[in-house]
Ligand binder design. Structure first.
Ligand code: SAH
Length: 240
């Protein structure tokens, strides 16, 4: 049976023993109804996963490390998704699905045609919870970072400085992700997907000038959230 996985703050595993935070303790006791002797997996974001045997289950749950191993599920590239701002539920879907697929970081991008307001602090916290839960459920070794919103020009500059930038544009009809040349050495790839209203010609030109490769995702226009999922999967298939 697959063991339950928990991402805990760095430093939670001390001298082979674990004290679970209050909220996780409650979840283990009341929701999962686990007992002393049951096993769970604890990850602290360092790439190591610990198999932990529960010792005390209650308001403060504790356990002892029985085994530790390197997590092997992370992709070989670091994929950052630069996503034009979307309405709440759609961005939540993108965070959840792209975490499962293997995206390392998601940056909401303020674009010309992005109507929604920038996410509030509580929505930001909600995105982080969704990312953590999706990472736990899908067996990832780390939780993707959900960055603060960035302006388009800044995002293009950052992505193209770090490695290849791949820009999904609905007006491009020839270039395809699976035909992209191999990345020379770079383990960082940036993927751009527009907001519901799409990218403007000026934005596509700016990305091209900065060195991004402008690609099509096929002949049909996908919704922004579908494009994020499909684009991430194709990029990881090509490079990951
Ligand atoms: N409103 C626009 C479509 C926007 S789709 C229109 O009607 O034309 C939202 C985003 O998804 C786009 O900006 C692009 O980044 C991506 N996308 C959707 N379909 C695509 C395709 N066939 N090729 C490349 N990118 C696509």
């Amino acid at each position: 049976m697959t063991l339950h996985r928990f991402f805990l703050p760095p430093g939670t595993v001390q001298a082979q023993s674990v004290t679970f935070p209050g909220e996780t303790s409650r979840q283990i006791e009341r929701v999962l109804r686990m007992k002393a002797g049951d096993r769970v997996v604890v990850l602290d974001g360092t790439g190591i996963e610990y198999v932990v045997v529960l010792e005390a289950v209650g308001r403060i749950t504790t356990g002892a490390v029985a085994e530790q191993r390197r997590n092997e599920t992370e992709p070989t590239i670091q994929l950052t998704l630069y996503q034009g701002l979307l309405k709440g539920a759609k961005l939540e879907l993108v965070v959840q699905k792209c975490t499962e697929i293997g995206v390392s970081r998601i940056v909401p991008v303020v674009c010309t045609r992005a109507v929604p307001a920038e996410p509030s602090a509580s929505r930001q916290a909600r995105f982080e919870t969704i990312a953590r839960e999706a990472a736990e459920q899908s067996g990832r070794g780390r939780v993707p970072e959900i960055a603060a919103p960035m302006r388009f020009s800044e995002a293009v500059g950052e992505a193209c400085a770090a490695g290849p930038g791949v820009f999904c544009w609905e007006e491009e009809h020839a270039a395809r992700i699976l035909d992209l040349a191999p990345t020379n050495e770079s383990r960082q790839v940036g993927l751009f997907v527009g907001p519901e209203g799409g990218f403007t010609v000026d934005e596509a030109e700016e990305a091209r000038r900065a060195g991004a490769r402008v690609v099509s995702l096929g002949r049909r226009i996908l919704r922004a959230e579908t494009a994020a999922i499909v684009g991430s999967a194709l990029l990881l298939a090509r490079y990951g």
